[in-house]
Design a binder for this molecule. Structure first.
Ligand code: MG
Length: 186
């Protein structure tokens, strides 16, 4: 068993759709970023990569890479799932929290959980998506952006460990190893 944590934050801006957990949430503003800036999915990706010691989202899907301009973060999640499974793991469960002053997200949490669960091949009951308010405090409280946190539990896939990169088998992945190279999005 391995556990990983992820955190992300993006600024709110005019003229973009608000995408959280792969769900478009009706709101006059959206998150700014190179991809669709889905802060929840990004936090989840970093938690999955961290649990497998496979590096970071920025290492696999760099901001400056035109392949990822405007891409749905669900495509990046698909690729992350492949990386984690190739390393000999599978996701057991996920828990997440979105920190947003606006908009109200309660009605959208179920669809987000089902969307993320579907991409990970999990039952919806294995993916938690919660939202909390920053209570008006700080930049998030001033509605300047939205943040998200995620935690992921991985377990070994039967027979999967033989395909794990050496850097991960040794639990000492270092930048520049094969495990850190970005792969093409599926
Ligand atoms: Mg991000």
């Amino acid at each position: 068993m391995r556990v990983g944590i992820g955190y992300d934050i993006h600024p709110l801006t005019d003229g973009r759709p608000l995408v959280l957990g792969g769900v478009v949430v009706p709101y006059p503003r959206g998150l700014r970023g190179h991809s669709d800036a889905d802060v929840l999915t990004h936090a989840l990706i970093d938690a999955m990569l961290g649990a497998a010691a496979l590096g970071t989202i920025g290492g696999h899907f760099p901001d400056g890479d035109p392949r990822f301009a405007g891409v749905s973060s669900l495509v990046l999640l698909d690729e992350t799932r492949r990386l984690v499974e190739d390393a000999g793991y599978r996701v057991v469960n996920v828990d997440t929290v979105i920190i947003a002053q606006e908009p109200r997200l309660q009605a959208h949490l179920g669809p987000m959980a089902r969307t993320l669960a579907g991409r990970l091949g999990l039952d919806a009951g294995c993916v938690g998506v919660k939202a909390t308010s920053p209570e008006g405090l700080g930049a998030l409280g001033r509605v300047e952006g939205i943040a998200a946190q995620a935690v992921v539990l991985l377990e070994d896939r039967p027979g999967g460990i033989s395909r794990r990169p050496a850097a991960v088998r040794g639990a000492r992945a270092t930048p520049g190893t094969r495990a850190h190279r970005p792969g093409p999005p599926r």
